[in-house]
Write a protein that binds this ligand. Structure first.
Ligand SMILES: [Zn+2]
Length: 64
């Protein structure tokens, strides 16, 4: 796991939190109800990410 940004070499910050996955409510075709392939209504994930302040973006994420 790199502690430094792969783009600019700045030391990254560690960030973590729980994210909740929701099916995309927007159907591919208008007026058509779409079902998600998997039942992901109740899935949440705890993720850890490394954030580069210099690039202002997340460099790397991984599941705990
Ligand atoms: Zn960077």
């Amino acid at each position: 796991m790199a502690n430094y940004c792969t783009k600019c070499g700045t030391k990254t910050m560690l960030m973590s939190g729980t994210i909740y996955l929701e099916p995309d409510a927007e159907p591919y075709e208008s007026g058509k109800e779409e079902k998600s392939r998997t039942n992901i209504d109740e899935i949440d994930r705890h993720i850890i990410a490394r954030f580069c302040e210099n690039c202002d973006e997340i460099v790397n994420t991984f599941n705990e």
